[in-house]
Design a protein around this ligand. Structure first.
Ligand code: NAP
Ligand code: MG
Length: 403
């Protein structure tokens, strides 16, 4: 069988530790043998980021801007300990943060659904994707402790220095707390745009939820921007057979646990932070959570939601067997390949990605899996495979499917 031609270069962002080990194995087993592909390679391993003063991270984001699709391995975000461990020049910023701000993107997390790994919530049968606005609100707040009687006010002074609005926040009789937070239309619009792009790309309906009954200006502004965009996209939504739905956040939470899933749940920053952890643990393992960064102008970067799995890497370094689940990392590749194929108009590339995903799911549904899934799986017979045995089993399955 000849190799399948991938028309446009795929931007590849390598990473760190155990996921870097898995990354190479994925390319050797699932990419090079089957695809005639140009990988535009950027080494985001912390050592090379340090050597290039983090320029490589910026370059990789610009490459995704240029080509449209990237696939990223998990990377170390250095702290003081890591600076010592790798003898780094400084605590470089989170690569994901840097890439997100260059692409002005929104991160969507989606669990991989496997029949014999039931979700903790019985009704969940399809993935619930979460889109979290990643700018402002409580994450860019200013706050103060109030240590006695007095008042706190909110004042808006326009660019010419003229006071335009003044509101009393509270008249304190004793000690207390106060907080100011903000958001900007441009960021909310980018977020909304990315949510509609993602929903249209995945063909799933949008649930957007805020508390606009209480926050009649701040939360209501988010709702207005989403509602406006939904109106603009009406024809596209209809053509894709999906809908835009607004919920009060309390209602959305109550509905989501009774629903079978299969939607994009778009949330403001804090709600997204909390609900993405709730949904992730509801679906089981971190090794089954995928993540994609989508920009308002339709650029995509796929990755696993988990980190570099340091604890397993230590074992690997000691020559011990490891039980790292490669599924989310392989799905990062299939997600990127399917998107590449869709944009290039090459259905055989999309089909290869689908086959590889099926091979993974059928392997696990057939009872072969890594340790993290063993206790979650309801398969009648289960066989524990280590990191590399699992990938070997998937490749066998893939080969038999491609025959
Ligand atoms: P982590 O790498 O996600 O691992 C935390 C624990 O979760 C692991 O020790 C393991 O538990 C379990 N786990 C995660 N992924 C797994 C997988 N694929 N298969 C099996 N088990 C898995 O988080 P971390 O240890 O807090 O962070 C390690 C490094 O990753 C840090 O340097 C951090 O900066 C970086 N990080 C990067 C990203 C990213 O690039 N997107 C995201 C998060 C963290 P057991 O040990 O109990 O088996
Ligand atoms: Mg959180």
């Amino acid at each position: 069988m000849g190799k399948i031609k991938v028309k446009t270069p795929l931007v590849e962002l390598d990473g760190d530790e155990m996921t870097r080990i898995i990354w190479k194995e994925i390319k050797d087993r699932f990419i090079y043998p089957y695809l005639d592909i140009t990988l535009e390679y950027y080494d985001l391993g912390v050592v090379y980021r340090d050597q290039t003063d983090d320029q490589v991270t910026t370059d990789s984001a610009n490459a995704i801007k240029k080509h449209g699709v990237g696939v990223k391995c998990a990377t170390i975000t250095p702290n003081a300990e890591r600076v010592k461990e790798y003898n780094l020049k400084q605590e470089w910023k989170s690569p994901n943060g840097t890439i997100r701000s260059i692409l002005d993107g929104t991160v969507f997390r989606k669990p991989i659904i496997i029949k014999n790994i039931p979700a903790a919530v019985n009704s969940w049968k399809k993935p619930i994707a979460i889109g979290r606005h990643a700018y402002g609100d409580i994450y860019k707040n200013v706050e103060m402790l109030i240590d006695g009687p007095g008042k706190v006010e909110l004042v808006y002074t326009d660019a010419s220095g003229k006071e335009k609005q003044r509101l009393l926040v509270n008249e304190y009789k004793g000690g207390g707390v106060a907080m100011g937070m903000h958001n900007v239309d441009k960021s909310i619009e980018s977020f909304a745009q990315a949510c509609f792009n993602y929903a249209l790309s995945e063909k799933i309906s949008i649930w957007f939820a805020t508390k606009d009954t209480i926050s009649k200006k701040y939360h209501a502004r988010f709702r207005e921007i989403f509602d406006e965009m939904a109106k603009k996209k009406e024809a596209e939504l209809k053509a894709a057979g999906i809908s835009y739905n607004y919920f009060l956040i309390d209602d959305a939470v109550a509905q989501i646990v009774k629903n079978e899933g299969g939607m994009l749940w778009a949330l403001m920053n804090y709600d997204g932070d909390v609900m993405s952890d709730m949904v992730a643990s509801g679906f089981g393992s971190l090794g089954l959570m995928t993540s994609v960064l989508v920009s308002p102008d339709g650029k995509y970067e796929y990755e696993a939601a988990h980190g570099t799995v340091t604890r397993h890497y230590r074992k690997y370094q000691n020559g011990e067997t490891t039980s790292t689940n490669s599924v989310a990392s392989i799905f990062a590749w299939t997600g990127a390949l399917a998107k590449r194929g869709e944009l290039d108009g090459t259905p055989d590339v999309v089909n290869f990605a689908v086959k590889l995903e099926e091979a993974i799911i059928e392997t696990i549904e057939g009872g072969e899996m890594t340790k993290d899934l063993l206790s979650l799986s309801t398969a009648s017979t289960k066989k524990e495979l280590d990191t590399f045995q699992f990938m070997e089993a998937v490749q066998k399955k893939l080969d038999s499917k491609l025959k």
